[in-house]
Design a protein around this ligand. Structure first.
Ligand SMILES: *[C@@H]1O[C@H](CO)[C@@H](O)[C@H](O)[C@H]1NC(C)=O
Ligand SMILES: *[C@@H]1O[C@H](CO)[C@@H](O)[C@H](O)[C@H]1NC(C)=O
Ligand SMILES: *[C@@H]1O[C@H](CO)[C@@H](O)[C@H](O)[C@H]1NC(C)=O
Length: 378
């Protein structure tokens, strides 16, 4: 008969150690694992929507082929992103070492610990103003996006406890805001729907309204512990294939009024960013000069390896395939990485990569007072 097994002191110590190691790797320490790589909280419009509109009854949708054809994570299937591959938000998150793309707030599986990898609130057609994008019937405007972040904020408290949650949000989280284009394209400049606003509001007054709303919105995010911000200005919206097509411009021209309004808004935005950096203690607002960056790509496209910066790769109608949005019946170019524009409104992944690179590592001409790697490391 065998003697019943008795543990000596060393074996007991070894067992105890094993137990501790197991507890920490499956318990408490896991918390540190999935928050240590940081997170992006993404607000904005179709330039950064990663699928929220899939869950809305809306006319603005990108979950149809061939959108997403070059998006590796979905095997080339459409996800709701308004481009052929990654958005600027995806690329920036990846480059900053985040292990997952921020997932759409409205996706049913954006729950539990998944939110610690970041959440995306952006919505195609959305704007600073509530009325913007009404033509699409439904979209999440900035006020709603921040209401939703307020829900996420409370969930993070529950997951991590109040003090760890606050530290995670203030130190490890980047808040990116890409908004404003629709306030011009699908509000102020839109025939029919906006005529009452345009009659009563001068461009100055409208821009003033936008900046005042945005100030309130960014301040709300600050109150909910956001500290590291990146705010993009409005790009050269007079140069997108849609505008060039409907205004029957030639290859090297851009529509004046939309660009003029963008420049006017952008000047005020720069002041707002400086003001908030001064007034909101402990917060850093980084300004991304998307206008000049995209204009540089459009003007000097050949230098960056593109063959066209006027024609949409995927779209239909007119000289620049700029009238009907990208979908299964659109014509599609064969060299998707050689077009600045994927569709009548949105840059291709190839353009997004060049833009993101400047935001991550570029100098003050495009990203100030610091770039995104420096912002992350603050
Ligand atoms: C949610 O589901 C989608 C589609 O199945 C998947 O691609 C994504 O990775 C999931 N997200 C999370 C956070 O689990
Ligand atoms: C926009 O809508 C939200 C939610 O319905 C509301 O809380 C907010 O006050 C509205 N903003 C304006 C300026 O009307
Ligand atoms: C967040 O939501 C709570 C209600 O749950 C509300 O009292 C608070 O004002 C909201 N905060 C912001 C900044 O919107």
């Amino acid at each position: 008969m065998k003697k019943p097994m008795a543990l000596n002191f060393h074996q007991i110590v070894a067992l105890a150690l094993l137990l501790i190691i197991n507890l920490t790797s499956f318990g408490i320490c896991q918390n540190d694992d999935d928050i240590s790589s940081g997170a992006s909280f993404i607000f904005g419009d179709s330039l950064v929507d990663a699928g929220n509109n899939n869950y809305l009854p809306t006319l603005s949708r990108a979950n149809i082929a061939p959108n997403g054809i070059d998006f590796k994570a979905s095997g080339g299937n459409p996800t709701g992103r308004y481009t052929n591959g990654k958005t600027i938000g995806d690329i920036v998150g990846e480059e900053l070492g985040q292990t997952h793309y921020a997932s759409p707030f409205l996706a049913p599986n954006t729950t539990g610990r998944a939110i610690l990898h970041g959440v995306n609130y952006a919505s195609g057609g959305g704007g600073i103003m509530n009325a913007t994008g009404r033509i699409f019937v439904n979209r999440l405007s900035m006020d709603i996006q921040i209401d939703y972040y307020n829900i996420t904020r409370k969930q993070i408290d529950k997951l991590l406890g109040a003090s760890k949650a606050k530290e995670f949000i203030q130190k490890k989280s980047i808040f990116s805001i890409t908004i404003g284009s629709n306030d011009f394209l699908n509000n102020y400049l839109l025939p029919v729907l906006s005529i009452p606003a345009r009659i009563t509001e001068t461009p100055d007054a409208f821009v003033d309204d936008l900046i005042n709303h945005l100030r309130g919105q960014l301040t709300r995010l600050y109150k909910l512990d956001a500290r590291k911000f990146i705010i993009g200005n409005v790009g050269p919206i007079g140069c997108i294939p849609y505008q060039k097509t409907i205004n029957q411009l030639s290859e090297n021209e851009c529509v004046e009024l939309p660009n003029k309004l963008a420049i006017q808004y952008n000047a005020r935005l720069m002041d707002l960013v400086q003001e908030l950096n001064k007034n909101l203690k402990g917060a850093t607002f980084v300004h991304a000069n998307v206008y000049d960056l995209v204009m540089e790509l459009i003007t000097n496209y050949k230098k960056y390896g593109f063959i066209s910066s006027s024609k949409a790769c995927c779209g239909n109608g007119g000289q620049f395939a700029g009238i009907i949005p990208c979908g299964p019946t659109s014509s599609m170019c064969s060299d998707r990485d050689k077009h600045v524009f994927w569709d009548p409104y949105h840059p291709s992944e190839a353009a997004n990569i060049i833009i993101a690179k400047q935001l991550l590592d570029g100098g003050k001409k495009y990203i100030s007072p610091m770039n995104l790697r420096q912002l992350r490391d603050l």
